[in-house]
Structure formats: structure tokens, C-alpha cells
Design a protein around this ligand. Sequence first.
Ligand code: ATP
Ligand code: MG
Length: 355
Amino acid sequence: MKRIEFHDREKEKEEIMDILDSEPSLITLIYGPINSGKTTFVDHLIGQLPDDYVPFYVNLRGRFITGYEDFLNVLFEIDEGGVIGNVSEYAQSLIKDLRILGGIPIPLHLFEQIFEKKDKSKDMFKYIERFFTEVSKKRVPVLIIDELQVIGDMKIDGLLIYKLFNFFIRLTKEKHLAHVFVVTSDSLFIEQVYSEAMLEGRSEYLLVDDFDENTTIEFLKGHDFTDDEARVAWKYCGGKPVCLLKLIRVAEKELIAKKMLATRVNQLKNLLDYLNYTKPRMMIGEDSYMVEKEDIVDVLNRFVDAECIDDEGLDRPAKHFLVKDNILFLDPDIGIIKPQSQLNLLAIREVMRDS
Ligand SMILES: Nc1ncnc2c1ncn2[C@@H]1O[C@H](COP(=O)(O)OP(=O)(O)OP(=O)(O)O)[C@@H](O)[C@H]1O
Ligand SMILES: [Mg+2]
């Protein structure tokens, strides 16, 4: 099968390189609609980093994390042959050979020591800080955690996420030891993080959105689309890479695009029908609220004439429900809400027109 080359992301790349060029001082939150290409972008960047950087990439997606033990197993890469007792010497012995890592290397016996401790987070952070201190004498550590929301609700003596963010602040703003990137496609998580006082002035946001029109057309032209085919693709898929890839692979582009839309329309109709029978509940803070169908319809109706709307005055349970269900994407940095994809926008318009 033909491999699809990585396309563009020049602007985002430039922003990241600017961050990497300066001393680590803020946590960078990379966010965007689902399937916009965040992980692919980060992966591509990691592959292109100059030798003076050492990336540590941890992806929490699909990992079964129910407690500290699981989290430690994901965060660290256990080195069974690592016999050097002292963290500094161990880090020194690795520095030159560190390439792209799926976690922070740790000798088995040190890992077991952390594992046995009651307050695991304290020892875990201490180890990482020492390890990064040593690495940073010769190279720049870059810690990237993808899908951090997976541990968003995990509580062990308080929320783990707060401890982690505090630790990230220490690594960046206070000690300038490592660059920290947090990637997520969960907009409710980003909204929560955004309003978190603890992170104010200590974090910055980088949006990886679907491609814009020019980038999309250029991408498709590179895959032998005619003008008409490119127009159809943009009309149905917008700049959503995963949707465009699907059209690249098929001959009957318009037919498949229409099928994709029909599927989306059916899903949305089904959801609205489901709301005739039940009222889901959404947690807002400590309280749970009922989601009313008419509020959902009110929010969706706003997209009949607009591609994106202000995040103001909307019924909050309805908004959260639609965001959680991946129908809408919420951008707290710009303060707007829009459908997660062009297909969703078209489906919303079609269903609202018929209702
Ligand atoms: N810049 C790009 N060039 C070519 N293909 C891309 C690009 N970005 C993404 N893709 C394709 O789109 C698909 C989805 O991208 P990816 O998984 O990176 O999105 P994501 O934003 O991380 O998704 P999620 O919201 O699920 O985390 C990938 O399989 C990849 O092949
Ligand atoms: Mg991803």
C-alpha cells in the first residue's frame, strides 16, 4: 500500500522550535479537535529533533491505569541490566546513547525501591529530577505526555494530576531542567486545565487544528486529486487528515464522502432519538445535572448559520454532553466552540433542517 507522507505543519513546527530554542520555562499544552493530527505531529517532530535534545515520549492512550503502580509502569522504561546504584552515574552512563525513548529509563532495583515506598510520587519525582539534572548537563530533556486526561480523575492522596502539574512546573519554570509538552484531544480536560489557577502564567497553549483550506488542497493535489475531487473532499472532510486519507485511498471519492456524511447524520439522529427516552447526567464540579434534549437542540441550532460560536450563554450540561460525545470541540484559549469536524457540521445542519 502507498505510504502517505507527513504533510505541512510548518507554522506549528516553528512555534515548537521557538519554545525548544529557549530555556524551559512553561508547560506547553498541545490540544485540538479529535483526529486533527496531534500525535502524528509530535511523532514527526521527535524524529526530526537535533541531537542535543533527548525526547521521552509517553502515550497513555489505551493503557490500563487504575493506580500509581500502573502509572509508574507506563512512565518508566525499566532497565533490567542497569546495575549502577546511583542515579547520577546511571544517567551519565546513558547520556550519549539516549535516542527516542518510550519512557524514563530506570534500573530495575531503583524502580523496585520506588514501588515499595508509601509515598511513591515523592520518590518518583525525585528520581526524574535527578535523572534530568544529569542529562541536562549535556543535552536537553524533552518530556512529552500524550493523552494525559487518562489519569485526570485518578485520586491517591489527592488528585495525581495536580501533583504532576506541580512537578512539571518545577521542571520548567523553577529549575529550567526539561521541556514539558502535554498533549490531549479531550476538550473538557483542556477547559478544566485552562481554568486551573495553579497553571496560570505557567503554561502555554498550542493548537493543532485540522488543515486549513490551502493546506488541504495542496495535500490533495500531491495525491493526484483533480480540482473537482479536491473541492468535494474539502466540502465534506474539511481539513481532517484522517478523513482526507480515506478519500485518497478510494476511487469513488464523492460517493464515499456522501456515505461518510450519511453515517454521521444517522448517528446524530439516533442520539437525538435516544434523548427522547432518557436524560443523561453530567457532572459539573461536584454536582450532577440533567441534560435536556431541548437544550441540546438549542446548542446545535446555533450551527445552522455559523461554523463556530462563542462559548458564552450556552446551557452548560448540554454543552458538556456534546463535547464529551465528541460532536463539539471547545477551544478555551480562543473561547469558541465548533463541531469536531466538517462532517459533524454538515450532519448537524442536515439534522436540524429536518427537525
Ligand atoms: N500532517 C499529516 N500528514 C499526513 N497525515 C497525517 C498528518 N496528520 C495526521 N495524519 C494522519 O491522520 C491520522 C490521525 O492523526 P493522529 O492520530 O495524529 O490525530 P490525533 O489528533 O492525535 O488524534 P486523537 O484526537 O485521537 O488523539 C493519522 O493516522 C495520520 O496518518
Ligand atoms: Mg493523538
